[in-house]
Design a protein around this ligand. Structure first.
Ligand code: ZN
Ligand code: FE
Length: 255
């Protein structure tokens, strides 16, 4: 059993992702920012869409759902949400659920904060984490609906995954994220290494994603709010990690 993953750009800075099960031919799109690039990627590969795994209700993650469902009669999987903001859902999932994509299994982790309904999908066999707008490379999502402590808990949940898992995030924001992270941790060796790598990737016209979770843990300041040096760098030595996280997020909002 093997998973093949394809990534491509949607809209201006969203990532589209296909996860394909070579055994059964099942193919999932992680979110659906817009139908066109997803259909193009499917046709390039000769794959048929069987599932859409939605992470949260924002338009840049569900905009293509209706057209794709119409074209492929695929199953739409989305977070359990009492307000049911997402349309055309066939299966609602919550923490601890496992979704099958053919023979592949995706675990559902609730990661609220950016929105209250946000979930992340973990394919353990493929060692892949699809974290959408909760965790970016060297960044994290804006906290629109939740609270800073809630978002920090969500990041801790993702940080607890193994170092060799790859992070596939929702947006290509890495250049700006690196620039901001360096204002807080200018001497972080892992961050400086990542900064050079990102520069090379952008120069070569390549995406900066996926990255290894182990590298993110060392270089992503938003995953490091409980590191004493980071707390001190934002003038909050001795404060709780959630407070330090909130301060870092505020600074990024105003950057
Ligand atoms: Zn979003
Ligand atoms: Fe988004």
């Amino acid at each position: 059993m093997a998973a093949e993953i394809r990534l491509f750009t949607c809209l201006s800075d969203n990532f589209g992702y296909l996860v394909h099960d070579t055994e059964t031919g099942a193919t999932a799109s992680i979110d659906a920012p817009e139908a066109g690039p997803i259909i193009a990627a499917l046709e390039r590969e000769g794959w048929k869409l069987t599932d859409i795994l939605v992470t949260h209700h924002h338009g840049d993650h569900v905009g293509g759902v209706a057209e794709l469902k119409q074209k492929y009669a695929c199953r739409v999987v989305a977070p359990h949400d009492a307000n049911a903001k997402i349309a055309l859902v066939d299966l609602r999932v919550q923490e601890g659920d496992t979704v099958k994509v053919g023979a592949l299994a995706a675990r559902v982790l609730e990661t609220p904060g950016h929105t209250l309904d946000h979930v992340s999908y973990v394919f353990d066999e493929a060692r892949a984490l699809f974290a959408a707008d909760t965790l970016f490379s060297i960044g994290c999502g804006r906290v629109f609906e939740g609270t800073y402590p809630m978002m920090w808990e969500s990041l801790l949940k993702l940080r607890a995954l193994p170092d060799d898992y790859r992070l596939y995030c929702g947006h290509e924001y890495t250049v700006a994220n690196v620039k901001f992270a360096l204002t807080i941790e200018p001497d972080n060796a892992a961050l400086l290494t990542r900064a050079r790598q990102v520069e090379d990737q952008r120069e070569a016209g390549q995406p900066t994603v996926p990255t290894l979770l182990g590298d993110e843990k060392k270089a992503n300041v938003f995953l490091r709010a409980d590191v004493p040096e980071v707390a001190a760098a934002v003038g909050l030595a001795g404060n709780s990690a959630a407070e330090v996280f909130g301060e870092i997020r505020e600074r990024k909002n105003n950057a």
